[in-house]
Design a binder for this molecule. Structure first.
Ligand SMILES: Cc1ncc(COP(=O)(O)O)c(C=O)c1O
Length: 395
């Protein structure tokens, strides 16, 4: 028996957010005091899934909902997402599908869209799942720049410049992971205009839609797109504090004639994988239609923590940050650093701070960034900023 070779399509699959955990484990097992600012999971910190969501799942299990359910999702979950889509201004939802996390909705939407060699415009920096999936699909991710000098807004001229006959869609992540930027309406409208001109589908990842700071408003891309085809992604992971519940969704909107075939393909892919967790889908209606108080509490905590992180960064030479306005990340820039991967490993070895190198998300050439999560309590953020300051001063 010879060793089993891995498929070439897995070569490009990388996920820096979890990759740094390997190095952190080694330091932690050697007894080092670690400060984890790397993982976008609120439950690892002092946030808890709202009890009414957990109760809804327990009630669903106790009611015997442990058989398969419709592939697109339970009627109750689909209806709750339809109502939520309307509240977001999406008036022409054509197909709604409930999935194992937003991750599966993204995977299904890309698989239904892309043939080998097709191109997808993805934001840089942006959430790395998209490029990881493209490698699996033998399709090509083409990175368009978010402009750090313009509060990380998408550079629409860059998008237009990068379109080729192989381009199939444009991905927008709003609010963005890792920058924490909210895309402004004028930019959304320009992206829609480019998509219309070139016949491109829009994919709008809005998993952080309710996590906006400083009274900023987040506008759903599809609500501005009228009949233009858009797939909007959402889920309970972030705004409803349930990442491990693994419940997300996709909403295909736009003129029926334009999206029918594509939505049919999505439906076939859904049916081939049977369904998402049946009892966990009870979280959807409970989340979208139940009490929303936890969001107010969360935004209050995130605002204080974001401000503490910003104050810490501002006091250190050699690092600067565009203040995040949404989600729960900050993406500071390192000045005079060439290799952010090495910087992250050196920082971890010297201080125990665990964060993700900017290159794991994409960044403009000749720049180096870090991604911090804004989730830890103030004392952890303060300790991390003190250790970071000492480390930077020694370099
Ligand atoms: C922008 C973005 N989209 C999607 C996901 C994945 O969401 P889920 O946990 O629902 O699969 C994440 C998780 O961090 C994310 O940041």
């Amino acid at each position: 028996m010879k060793p089993i070779p891995a498929a070439r399509r897995t070569n490009g699959v990388r996920y820096a957010i979890r990759d740094v955990v390997m190095a952190a484990r080694t330091h932690a097992s050697a007894g080092m005091n670690m400060l984890y600012l790397n993982i976008g999971d609120p439950i690892q910190f002092d946030f808890k899934t709202p009890p009414h969501i957990l109760d809804a799942i327990s009630a669903s299990m106790n009611a015997g909902n442990t058989g398969y359910c419709p592939s697109e999702g339970t009627d109750e979950a689909v209806a709750a997402i339809a109502a939520e889509s309307k509240r977001k201004g999406i008036t022409n939802a054509h197909h709604i599908f409930v999935t194992t996390g937003a991750s599966e909705a993204i995977e299904i939407a890309l698989t239904a869209l892309l043939d080998e060699g097709d191109e997808l415009l993805v934001p840089s920096p942006g959430y790395p799942l998209y490029t990881a999936l493209l490698s699996k699909l033998s399709a090509k991710g083409v990175a368009y720049q978010l402009d750090e000098a313009n509060n990380w807004q998408p550079d629409v001229e860059d998008i237009a410049r990068l379109i080729t006959p192989a381009t199939k869609a444009i991905v927008v992540i709003n609010p963005n992971n890792p920058t924490g930027a909210i895309t402004d309406i004028a930019t959304l409208d320009k992206i829609i205009a480019v998509a219309k001109e070139h016949n491109l589908l829009l994919l709008s990842d809005e998993i952080y839609d309710k996590l906006t700071l400083d009274g900023e408003k987040m506008i759903s891309l599809a609500s501005r797109a009228a009949d233009h085809p858009v797939v909007t992604f959402g889920g309970v992971a972030k705004c409803y504090l349930g990442p491990g519940l693994r419940v997300g969704w996709g909403v295909v909107s736009g003129a029926t004639d334009m999206v029918r075939d594509y939505a049919d393909a999505i439906g076939r892919l859904e049916r081939a994988r049977l369904c998402a967790s049946h009892p966990a889908q009870a979280a959807v209606a409970a989340a979208l239609e139940g009490p929303q108080d936890h969001i107010t509490d969360m935004l209050a905590k995130l605002t204080v923590r974001r401000d503490r992180l910003m104050a810490g960064i501002d006091a250190i030479d050699g690092i600067s940050c565009v203040p995040p306005k949404g989600a729960f990340y900050a993406f500071p820039r390192l000045h005079n650093v060439i290799d952010d991967n090495q910087f992250v490993l050196d920082l971890m070895a010297a201080t125990g701070i665990v964060c993700v190198p900017g290159s794991g998300f994409g960044q403009a050439p000749n720049t180096a960034h870090l991604r911090f999560v804004v989730l830890p309590p103030e004392n952890i953020i303060d300790r991390a900023m003190t250790r970071l300051g000492e480390f930077m001063a020694r370099r």
